[in-house]
Design a protein around this ligand. Structure first.
Ligand SMILES: NC(=O)c1ccc[n+]([C@@H]2O[C@H](COP(=O)([O-])OP(=O)(O)OC[C@H]3O[C@@H](n4cnc5c(N)ncnc54)[C@H](OP(=O)(O)O)[C@@H]3O)[C@@H](O)[C@H]2O)c1
Length: 429
């Protein structure tokens, strides 16, 4: 590697613009710590004249991002963020031209990580993506390096700050989902135009896929998995959870069960006194269970320009120090491919909320159906709707399988007295 290290940044939005500012601000520090001179030789975004928070040097701005690659930098930061198209092309072209790539783009890695890893290995360059999972938390390098001799059994946690903020704020303010989402958008915690990918669990799921690969030395899976978001969580659920001494959290989990990979993202009821029950607001937390290390917990800010740039610069330091490493820790050829765990066997205690017509016999109809599928009730809370002729029935069940509950709910949801599909939240010990 030449002593003079040339850097290109493609994408100057929330993250890219802050990264550009940080790189200029920390230039001397980075040079002192690595012994390498660094220079930003090219930057690109869609609109050259857009007003940005941190002023850019227009002399090194290229409207065509591929012109930055043509300047032959040593490393490219891809900070656009699409799962395909331009982002993929930039990463692909850079790797093929022997340029190291650093990106926070989880959607791209979760979708094309296997292919891009092979390209990076073939061209003997780094493909680093620490910032793609849990923002500023140094989770990927911890798995790749510090815990690399451990057998990882399970990784779980809160991987999306937007949804954690919304759930926390609903509890704290007693406001409904829509109002709190609006507030989150105003504060910049949720995407202003299309927040769907955070809310429906997709964002957390992409992170789970990356975590699985690093934890279990496996290729990025493409199996069908359980992915549920928080769009159907009502303020009623938050209040009742509170009465039960619990909180609702959107968790991402990955584990190997009898050699089968089980990746999932869904809301969970967790004990208010538990560690994860107290990770609130925009905070993220990742819990790693390994052998012989035991349980490790990492907590921090999971998004935002500051934490994300911290991880991007940590990747840069790694590259500058000359650590050329396989993107997933071991050579691609050695990565395993696991079959997926049968979701039908997933077994949990459940919180069920039924919205029904307030007519005689409605409750016994539900309990009969549950009994038919061997689902036993631990606790029952009924709130009649007074004059509205509607009632809310909450049930906490003993452990039951997904197979049984899904079959049972299909029937209950079709009943003429059911006003809305039932809400199901899994309860965690
Ligand atoms: N925001 C966070 O807190 C966060 C946290 C962790 C990871 N990430 C990841 O970071 C990445 C960037 O996110 P962001 O929030 O910074 O997105 P953003 O604010 O939407 O910025 C996207 C940037 O890409 C530029 N761009 C779009 N199309 C382009 C093209 N064809 N050629 C060149 N530039 C193009 C845009 O240019 P203009 O500015 O000219 O429009 C903009 O500067 C994503 O992968 C995201 O998942 C974000």
């Amino acid at each position: 590697m030449s002593k003079n290290f040339r850097i290109g940044i493609i994408g100057l939005g929330q993250i890219g613009n802050y990264l550009y500012h940080e790189l200029n601000r920390k230039k001397k520090d980075i040079e002192n710590k690595t012994g390498k001179k660094i220079n930003i030789i090219g930057i690109s975004a869609k609109n050259k004249n857009k007003k940005r928070k941190y002023k850019i040097n227009k002399k090194i701005f290229y409207s065509n991002p591929f012109d930055v690659i043509k300047k032959r930098p040593n490393v490219i930061f891809e900070v656009i963020g699409s799962p395909d198209g331009i982002s993929r092309k930039i990463v692909e072209t850079s790797l093929k031209n022997g340029i190291h790539v650093i990106t926070p783009n989880k959607a791209l890695i979760a979708k094309h990580g296997n292919y891009l890893t092979r390209l990076a290995e073939k061209n003997n360059v780094n493909l680093e993506f620490e910032a793609s999972v849990a923002g500023g938390i140094p989770i990927l390098r911890t798995l790749k390096e510090d815990l690399s001799t451990n057998k990882i059994n399970k990784v779980s946690g809160i991987l999306n700050g937007t949804t954690n903020y919304i759930l926390t704020e609903m509890e704290n303010t007693n406001q409904n989902f829509k109002k709190v989402l609006y507030k989150a958008q105003k504060l910049g915690y949720a995407e202003p135009i299309n927040p769907k990918l955070d809310l429906n669990g997709f964002d957390a799921f992409a992170k789970v896929r990356i975590l699985s690969s690093l934890s279990f030395n496996s290729k990025i899976a493409s199996n069908k998995c359980l992915m549920e978001g928080i769009e159907n969580i009502d303020i009623k659920d938050i209040k009742i959870a509170n009465q039960l001494g619990m909180r609702i959290k959107l968790l991402g989990l990955t584990e190997l069960i009898n050699g089968k990979l089980f990746e999932r993202v869904h809301p969970c009821l967790v004990d208010k006194k538990s560690y994860i029950g107290n990770v609130n607001g925009v905070m993220n937390a990742v819990i790693i269970n390994g052998e012989p290390v035991g349980e490790n917990i990492l907590q921090g800010e999971g998004a935002g320009p500051g934490p994300t740039s911290s991880s991007l610069l940590s990747d840069l330091m790694f590259v500058l120090r000359g650590n050329i490493q396989k993107p997933f820790g071991i050579p691609y050829k050695q990565l395993k491919q696991y079959k997926s765990y049968n979701l039908e066997n997933y077994s949990n205690s459940l919180y069920l909320r039924f919205e029904v017509k307030d007519v005689p016999g409605v409750m016994s109809k539900i309990t009969d159906k549950l009994a038919k599928f061997k689902i036993s009730i631990k606790r029952l809370i009924q709130t009649p709707g007074n004059k509205s002729k509607k009632a809310t029935i909450i049930m906490i069940t003993h452990k039951t399988t997904e197979l049984n509950i899904q079959k049972c709910l299909k029937i209950i949801n079709k009943d003429k007295n059911t006003l809305k599909p039932a809400t199901l939240i899994r309860i965690f010990n």
